[in-house]
Design a protein. Structure first.
Length: 541
């Protein structure tokens, strides 16, 4: 057996796991604070989600001008986005620009996957071991592993026997895929399926879309951003960012000032039309009670269903594309470009897995319970083990060698989404118990990293060695998150917010649903009160 080799550097103040938006800002922010920092990244390059997800049509569903760093006004003023919703290549280009602009690359260890992280109660340091048999120790461990970064494939009998090519949208080859003249099967109609299917259909000979659960989708309304429009945004960036931080979702858009049923049908229709034309996931927040009041939700559902029927020529196909199993907005609304109209193409067939589930995969293709489909390529657009999946793949141990996986056996338990009882000096960025995927993830990462940086500064200023979420604070926060979710329609959906896409995963609504601005104020109040709810070094446990 080869011995463990030294990491370079072998000891730092902070080790960060992940080099996506969150990990990169953490590196910048903490290094600026005078701390020694190293980032460990499994990929060969930076970008996290945007490094791995290179499938056709991959683009963000938050406007580019908002889905970007706010920490440097010079950066904001210098960078020009080309489209309302940036594509994956442009987002990755932006991230690499940031890395080079702030000289971050030398402190990142690429092609290195973290196997374990263990807290040493004697030295009060974290020991982080990697698949390269290297080790680094640190005072603080920051997990910036992403909410949607642990790709999953369904267990289908015979999967290994297929003689054609298979791909997962979350692990797409860098060289791309040529679908020309190919018979393609796409399994899954979540966001990556909705985005990729129209483009695959333009190239392939035939496309069979295997749909288990239909999803609501709103056209992106994507368009180029001309230089004048970009200049107008830059002139008002400070106010735009202020409004975003105070908002429910981290973007500068407010819901209608009154509830759904308090306006006339004509006013309601106009509001829905305006949000439909705006495009994207914000349709779910047209009215403030839209995902709370069933009657209000029904009006939004009816509006979108009429739109779908108007876009799809075949009424039977349209009915299959309309979700029947969840209130609109309780699963993340997809953002598309010509998704529904793609089913009007002669080379595209929708396969309803509700009526005829997939039975097996063989050498030639996919068999449902009643039909076999000959295929050359199978694309798995089957999503991720969201929010906790990447952490579960790492053997994380805190006090008394307690494992995080065991601690979260009944579902994730955090305080503010930042700290976990029994795991001192460990922070999670945009994890369960925070707004996370319900908000603009870039501003969410900045919000968390700024809080973490302030916390570490407080500890150093007062000579405090450790900080750890108290058991009572975790209990209270989990109860608060559950109570807020229970007052909404969200738990009615078998969504990845609930972990419902993973067999055996506990069903619990993982994000904080109270709003981005509200959450930010709660975190600030905790810090102002001397990190209330956390045990600081010397406090009784």
């Amino acid at each position: 057996m080869s011995k463990t080799v030294a990491f370079e550097p072998p000891a730092v103040d902070v080790v960060i796991v992940g080099a996506g938006f969150a990990g990169l800002y953490a590196l910048y922010r903490l290094r600026e604070q005078g701390l020694s920092v190293v980032v460990v990244e499994a990929g060969s390059g930076v970008g996290g989600t945007w490094y791995w997800n290179r499938y056709p049509g991959a683009r963000c569903d938050v406007e580019s001008i908002d889905y970007s760093y706010s920490f440097s006004d010079d950066l904001q003023q210098d960078w020009n986005w080309s489209e309302k919703y940036a594509s994956q290549p442009e987002i990755l280009e932006y991230i690499n620009h940031v890395v080079d602009r702030f000289d971050l690359r030398n402190d990142i260890r690429f092609d290195t996957r973290v196997d374990s992280a263990e807290f040493d109660e004697e030295t009060l340091r974290w020991a982080v071991r990697t698949d390269r048999r290297s080790i680094v120790t640190a005072r603080f461990c920051v997990f910036a592993t992403g909410a949607l970064s642990s790709a999953i494939r369904p267990r289908i009998a015979g999967s290994d026997s297929f003689l054609g090519l298979t791909y997962h949208t979350g692990q797409w080859p860098h060289e791309g895929v040529d679908f020309s003249g190919k018979r393609v099967g796409v399994i899954g109609t979540g966001s990556s399926g909705v985005q990729s299917i129209p483009i695959i259909a333009e190239q392939a000979e035939t496309v069979h879309v295997f749909q288990r659960s239909a999803n609501y989708s709103v056209p992106a309304g994507n368009r180029p951003i001309d230089l004048q429009a970009m200049a107008d945004v830059k002139a008002s960036y400070n106010e735009r960012r202020r409004a975003s931080r105070a908002s429910g979702g981290g973007s500068p858009y407010d819901s209608h000032p009154t509830n759904t049923m308090s306006v006339t049908p004509r006013e309601r229709l106009a509001a829905y039309e305006a949000r439909w034309n705006l495009g994207g996931v914000l349709f779910a927040k047209t009215f403030p009670d839209q995902t709370v009041d069933p009657e209000a939700n029904e009006t939004a559902r009816n509006f979108v269903e009429r739109k779908i029927r108007g876009l799809v020529d075949d009424p039977e196909v349209a009915e299959l594309l309309i979700p029947k199993d969840h209130p609109i907005g309780t699963k993340r609304i997809c953002t598309d470009s010509n998704y529904f109209s793609t089913y009007n193409r002669d080379n595209v067939t929708l396969v309803d897995l509700r009526s005829s589930p997939i039975d097996s995969i063989d050498a030639r293709g996919i068999s449902t319970m009643d039909t076999h489909y000959d295929l050359d390529i199978i694309v798995f657009a089957t999503g991720f083990d969201a929010m906790t999946g990447s952490l579960a793949r790492i053997d994380i141990k805190g006090r008394c060698s307690a494992s995080l996986k065991d601690t979260w056996n009944g579902g994730p338990r955090t305080y503010l989404g930042l700290g976990v009882n029994g795991f001192p000096n460990m922070f999670i960025v945009t994890g369960p118990g925070s707004p996370s995927v319900l908000a603009n993830m870039v501003l969410g990462a900045e919000q968390h990293v700024d809080w973490i940086a302030g916390c570490i500064a407080h500890l150093d200023e007062h000579g405090i060695s450790t900080i750890e979420a108290s058991a009572d604070a975790v209990d209270a926060w989990v109860a608060e998150c559950n109570a807020r979710a229970a007052r909404t329609l969200f738990p009615q959906a078998n969504s990845w917010y609930m972990g419902a896409n993973i067999e055996g995963k506990p069903r619990t609504f993982m994000p904080f649903i109270g709003g981005f601005g509200v959450y930010g104020q709660i975190c600030n109040d905790v810090a102002t009160a001397g990190y209330k709810g956390f045990h600081l070094d010397g406090d009784p446990l």
